[in-house]
Design a protein around this ligand. Structure first.
Ligand code: RIB
Ligand code: CA
Length: 306
C-alpha cells in the first residue's frame, strides 16, 4: 500500500484530505505548517484528529512562518477560530518533534517509497530541499494542492492571480517548483469544481467532519463561485486514487514572488525559448486542468462513509 506523509495547515478541507488519505493509503505521519492556522494550532488539530479517529499516527511540527515574509493572518474567517470550525475543545498541547527532520529522514531511509502530500504552504518542503537536496531524488512523488492557472475560468482566491497556499509562501513554492522532484499539482482550476453539500457530508455519518464543516460551509455559501463546499485538499488524495479522472498537462512551473501578482503560478504559454527564459532546463510537472467531478465525489463520499 502507498506510504504517504501529509504536510498540512490542518483546516477543514485538510481534515477531509487527512481522513480520506488515512482510509485509502498507509498514512505514516502528519507534518504541520503555518497557514490556515498557526503551526502550533495545526499541531494541536492534527492530534485532535488522530485522537477522534483513534489513529496512532505521529504528528510533527514544522515551520511557524514563511521563508522570507512575515506570516499572513490565519484564515479564521474561513476555517473558524481554531482552524477546525471552532466546535471542539482541544485538550492537546502543541509540542511535537521536528517536521523537517522527519520528512528528510523518512524520504532518505525509504528512497522511492514515500509520497508527500502538501496541502498547505510549501515552507517545510522547501526547507527539506535546502537541507537535503537529494530529497528531490529520494522522494517517490510530491502532490500539491495549490496554484491557479486560469483553466475553467478559475484564478486566484487571495488575489486575481494567486491561490492561498502559494501566496502564503511564494519563495518556498518557487524553490519547490524549480526542483527536479516528480510533482503533481492540483490547482483551484480543478479543486473549485468539486463541491459537496452539508447533506452529503451528513450522509457519510462522519460526525467529526460534519461538525467541523458547518462554519466552512457557511463561509462557502456566501462566495459567488461556490454553491456548496469545496474540498480543495481532498483532491490530492482523489488524484492518487484515480488519476484517470483528471485531465493533465506537463509543464514547467514558476512562482512570482513579489508585486501585485505575488504567489501567481505561471507556465510557458507557447513552445518558444524566450530571451531570459525562466523555465529553461526545469522539470515538467503534472498539472491537473480538469476533473470528472462525479467520479471524484462518488469515491470520496463512499470512502468517508463509516
Ligand atoms: O486555496 C485552498 C487552500 O488554502 C487549501 O489548502 C485550504 O486548506 C487552504 O489552506
Ligand atoms: Ca490546506
Amino acid at each position: 500500500m502507498r506510504k504517504i506523509i501529509i504536510d498540512t495547515d490542518i483546516g477543514v478541507d485538510d481534515a477531509f484530505a487527512v481522513r480520506y488519505g488515512s482510509l485509502v493509503f498507509d498514512l505514516i505521519g502528519i507534518t504541520t505548517v503555518n497557514g490556515n492556522c498557526t503551526a502550533n494550532m495545526a499541531t494541536q488539530n492534527a492530534k485532535l484528529f488522530c485522537s477522534h479517529y483513534k489513529k496512532n499516527i505521529k504528528v510533527y511540527k514544522g515551520a511557524s512562518r514563511p521563508l522570507v515574509e512575515p506570516p499572513s493572518p490565519p484564515s479564521f474567517d474561513i476555517h473558524g477560530k481554531d482552524g477546525l470550525g471552532g466546535v471542539y475543545d482541544n485538550p492537546f498541547d502543541d509540542k511535537a518533534p521536528n517536521a523537517i527532520e522527519y520528512l528528510i529522514n523518512n524520504v532518505k531511509e525509504n528512497p522511492g517509497e514515500i509520497t508527500v502530500i502538501a496541502i498547505g504552504p510549501l515552507t517545510n518542503i522547501a526547507i527539506a530541499l535546502n537541507l537535503y537536496p537529494d530529497f528531490a531524488k529520494d522522494i517517490k512523488e510530491l502532490v500539491i494542492m495549490g496554484g491557479a492557472f486560469g483553466f475553467n475560468g478559475h484564478n486566484g482566491n487571495m488575489s486575481h492571480f494567486a491561490e492561498f497556499n502559494i501566496y502564503s509562501d511564494p519563495h518556498a513554492a518557487d524553490i519547490v517548483m524549480q526542483s527536479s522532484m516528480p510533482i503533481t499539482i492540483l490547482p483551484l482550476d480543478v479543486t473549485n469544481k468539486v463541491q459537496i453539500t452539508a447533506k452529503e457530508v451528513a450522509n457519510t455519518n462522519d460526525e467529526f467532519l460534519k461538525n467541523i464543516s458547518k462554519f466552512y460551509i457557511d463561509f462557502s455559501l456566501k462566495q459567488k463561485i461556490f454553491h456548496d463546499m469545496a474540498v480543495h485538499d481532498a483532491l490530492t488524495i482523489a488524484y492518487l486514487v484515480n488519476p484517470q479522472a483528471f485531465t493533465t498537462i506537463k509543464k514547467p512551473c514558476r512562482v512570482i514572488t513579489s508585486g501585485i501578482a505575488k504567489g501567481q503560478t505561471v507556465i510557458p504559454r507557447d513552445e518558444r525559448v524566450a530571451p531570459n527564459d525562466c523555465f529553461l532546463g526545469l522539470k515538467e510537472h503534472t498539472i491537473c486542468i480538469d476533473v470528472d467531478v462525479n467520479a471524484v465525489k462518488e469515491h470520496l463520499l463512499n470512502t468517508l462513509k463509516i
